[in-house]
Design a protein around this ligand. Structure first.
Ligand SMILES: NC(=O)C1=CN([C@@H]2O[C@H](COP(=O)(O)OP(=O)(O)OC[C@H]3O[C@@H](n4cnc5c(N)ncnc54)[C@H](OP(=O)(O)O)[C@@H]3O)[C@@H](O)[C@H]2O)C=CC1
Ligand SMILES: C[C@H](CCC(=O)O)[C@H]1CC[C@H]2[C@@H]3C(=O)C[C@@H]4C[C@H](O)CC[C@]4(C)[C@H]3CC[C@]12C
Length: 325
């Protein structure tokens, strides 16, 4: 009987887990047909690609970014691809009044809102933190506060439609890596705000889903220009990334990882071997990553050599730079 219990209970657990995961909904493009969607940061990159996918699925689109000429082209292409309707509002998300204005446009032109896709990101840099506090403040306004402002304004419409909020974040919003200090701070803030808000929605039975998207390196122009020479990782395609975000949103997933292998798996490591993940960092190159891993193991086996080994002035020294010195 005892042996039967030892086998039967875990087997039952496995069967239930398999049933739970395999019985989850599957995505169909019709899910987004006729939906009224705002996409921010839609003039280039992942936002532009999301607009094209939504257009093919027959959604109503309200696009926004700063550059009017680019938005005009994206709207034209969306109409060619089959969007139910497509329009844009141009302006900067440094201005919270503009963020709220975009949401009001959805009310007046679309008569409501089903999905709010928060994707825009202000320009930053890939390098050591330079101490520019004003840059951090400005980036927080663009990458975080405007997301809060738009969500707050859109909530009455989203409650009405039982709609969705999609927050495009990054691995840099889950794990601290060198060279993205201001950017990473804004992405961590998004997790804090939206993960807490999701809990409150559940408590209050508010049927508005929040999908937090954790992305790795994607082949958009700006990201490739900033980081491709430094990172060993090959960037993933932006059109596939855009589609995965929309699938996750339509299925009302709480979090989405793209690509899974370069985001979810390192995050599992974060929870059980955070120091190793710190040492590997944003994988500079296979050789330097191996050097960093070897150094980590050596230090782990001989902990007396630890003090000061990682400090390089006031800013921690990364494995990449440490190995280069
Ligand atoms: N590419 C990558 O490797 C990764 C990207 N991500 C996230 O994905 C999202 C999209 O990134 P990606 O497509 O690469 O970025 P892009 O730089 O290609 O696009 C950024 C968009 O934001 C708009 N934008 C920039 N500044 C402002 C502003 N002040 N006000 C309003 N709009 C602005 C830009 O348009 P315009 O200049 O016309 O205003 C553009 O449409 C971001 O949230 C980013 O953090 C996450 C992980 C990795
Ligand atoms: C530095 C880039 C922004 C440049 C600019 O604003 O002009 C960053 C934009 C996206 C970043 C990548 C990202 O978010 C995913 C990874 C997160 C890790 O913490 C670091 C490596 C990333 C590939 C990261 C690299 C910098 C960006 C390309």
């Amino acid at each position: 009987m005892g042996r039967l219990q030892k086998i039967l209970i875990p087997s039952l657990g496995l069967v239930l887990a398999f049933w739970f995961y395999s019985a989850r909904d599957t995505f169909k493009p019709e899910m987004l047909r006729g939906k009224r969607v705002i996409v921010t940061g839609a003039s280039t990159g992942i936002g532009e690609q999301m607009a094209y996918h939504l257009a093919r699925m027959g959604s109503h689109l309200l696009l926004t970014a700063r550059t009017e000429a680019k938005l005009q082209n994206v709207v034209r292409r969306c109409l060619e691809l089959g969007a139910a309707s497509a329009r844009f509002v141009s302006g900067t998300m440094e201005d919270m009044a503009f963020a709220q204005h975009v949401v009001r446009e959805a009310q007046t032109t679309l008569g409501g809102l089903d999905m709010l896709i928060l994707n825009h990101v202000g320009a930053s840099y890939f390098g050591f933190f330079d101490g520019d506090v004003e840059h951090v403040r400005k980036l927080l306004e663009i990458n975080f506060l405007s997301y809060v402002a738009m969500t707050t304004s859109a909530l009455p419409m989203l409650k009405e439609s039982e709609g969705s909020i999609v927050v495009v974040s990054s691995m840099a919003g889950k794990v601290g890596f060198p060279f993205t200090v201001p950017y990473s701070a804004t992405k961590f803030a998004l997790d804090g705000f939206f993960s807490s808000l999701r809990q409150e929605f559940t408590i209050q039975s508010i049927n508005v889903s929040i999908t937090l998207c954790i992305l790795g390196f994607i082949d958009t122009e700006r990201a490739v220009r900033a980081a491709a020479e430094v990172l060993a990782e090959r960037p993933a395609p932006r059109d596939e990334c855009a589609l995965e975000i929309l699938k996750g949103a339509a299925l009302r997933r709480r979090e989405l990882y793209y690509r899974y292998s370069s985001t979810r798996l390192p995050l599992l490591l974060r929870d059980c071997a955070a120091e190793l993940l710190d040492y590997l960092g944003p994988r500079p190159s296979p050789f330097l990553a191996a050097v960093a891993a070897a150094r980590f193991v050596m230090r782990w086996r001989h902990p007396q050599g630890q003090s000061g080994a990682r400090s390089g002035g006031s800013v921690p020294c990364s494995p990449r730079l440490a190995a280069e010195q």
